[in-house]
Design a protein around this ligand. Structure first.
Ligand SMILES: *Cc1c(COP(=O)(O)O)cnc(C)c1O
Length: 384
């Protein structure tokens, strides 16, 4: 367990999105006993794994059908294996979307390792619908679009609209597949002062045949890859032998199901830990910061300001104003102090900026404030 003082909400190195309280409870309940994972209570015979979860996912995504696998990368591999087989191995994709997500995860490498043949079209900055049209042939399996999760393109740029890609796909009866990465399930601009992130519902309304997103990015659930879209295609994916190798276990199903239920049951903002942190006001954070500073009785820690980020390769431009604890030290270096905080029994991960050590309270849960106080007392006691 680590206390995340970095202000990076979906911190890949710190386990991405924290689960909501109800999901955590559900996992504990399911993990410690038996469940109807693959059991039809009605007939008393073998049932379909995840049938209820799939229904919930489809409802929330506004899709005909949906399913879940291990992560978004797995979803991508599965879709490629099924829809770009040896007989039609070509995947048409814009040169502007052959991206690296992070941690060495490169879209072109994933495509090729799945046995698909890359058919790159357009240029880095400009791709037109005609480029896609010209590339289509008897070996075309998929028209592919990948969300530029962690960078933006500005200036002399062009890309075909999703609608144009969809009509081209329909004309040639070739599935259009979108890897959306984070893919919000609610309007992000309503959660915080951040831009709108493309939603899975929007992509499906545009007519995309299949979309995949990560469960532990903006969705705020466990590591999983959600695939939503056409019912016949989802059925095919689930029949592919690879599906068995990529399927989720009961704990992930429990956590994902509970997270998606939270969306379905919400009248306004879903009561999910990640979304709450994202939308927390600076006033509320400031109140906590003041209370912490008061408990410390030292002039070395004061309330400061910082910028929280989504992280996880999501919305890199989104800067969320936040409140920090600023620790100013003279006797020991800032990196030494940061290490001392990290080496605690419950590590506190702070960051260095503006000549001080900062702890962003947006990513620290209020229940952890007491531990932060203890950590700072120990640090300042030692450093004098
Ligand atoms: C993050 C991301 C992935 C990988 O998702 P995982 O769930 O980590 O496998 C794939 N594609 C895009 C566009 C992403 O942003």
């Amino acid at each position: 367990r680590v206390i995340n003082g970095t202000g990076v909400l979906i911190h890949t190195n710190l386990g991405r999105s924290p689960l909501g309280a109800k999901a955590v409870e559900k996992v504990a309940e399911i993990a410690g006993g038996y469940s109807n994972l693959e059991f039809d209570l009605n007939t008393g015979e073998r049932g379909r794994r995840g049938a209820f979860l799939e229904r919930c996912l489809a409802l929330q995504c506004g899709a005909e059908a949906a399913t879940a696998v291990n992560n978004c990368a797995a979803a991508l591999v599965l879709m490629l294996r099924e829809l770009a087989p040896a007989s039609r191995p070509e995947v048409v994709i814009s040169r502007g979307e052959l991206i690296e997500i992070g941690g060495g995860f490169r879209i072109p490498e994933i495509l090729e390792s799945s046995g698909a043949c890359l058919k790159e079209v357009g240029t880095t900055n400009r791709t037109k619908i005609e480029d896609f049209a010209k590339a289509i042939g008897s070996a075309t399996g998929i028209l592919m679009k990948v969300h530029r999760s962690n960078f933006y393109q500005e200036g002399f740029v062009e890309e075909p609209s999703l609608e144009d890609l969809v009509s081209l796909g329909r004309e040639h009866r070739i599935p259009v597949v979108l890897d959306l990465g984070s893919g919000a399930l609610v309007s992000t601009e309503e959660l915080a002062a951040i831009p709108h992130e493309e939603m899975i519902t929007e992509a499906l309304r545009a007519g995309v045949d299949l979309v995949c997103i990560s469960g532990d990015k903006l969705l705020g659930g466990p590591q999983a890859g959600v695939i939503a879209g056409r019912e016949d295609l989802i059925r095919r994916l689930k029949k592919n032998p690879l599906f068995r190798a990529l399927r989720c276990d009961k704990m992930i199903f429990a956590a994902l199901e509970e997270s998606v239920m939270t969306y379905l049951e919400a009248s306004e903002k879903p009561d999910l830990r990640l979304l709450k942190m994202l939308g927390e006001s600076c006033d509320a954070l400031k109140e906590r910061a003041v209370a912490i500073v008061e408990q410390l009785a030292t002039l070395k820690v004061e309330c400061g300001e910082g910028v929280s980020r989504c992280g996880g390769g999501t919305m890199p431009k989104a800067e969320i104003p936040s409140i920090t604890l600023d620790i100013r030290l003279k006797s020991i270096g800032l990196s030494v102090a940061a290490k001392q905080l990290r080496m605690r029994k419950t590590p506190v991960v702070a960051y260095v900026s503006d000549d001080c050590l900062k702890i962003d309270l947006r990513t620290v849960s209020p229940e952890q404030d007491g531990e932060v106080v203890e950590a700072l007392k120990d640090l300042l006691g030692e450093s004098g």
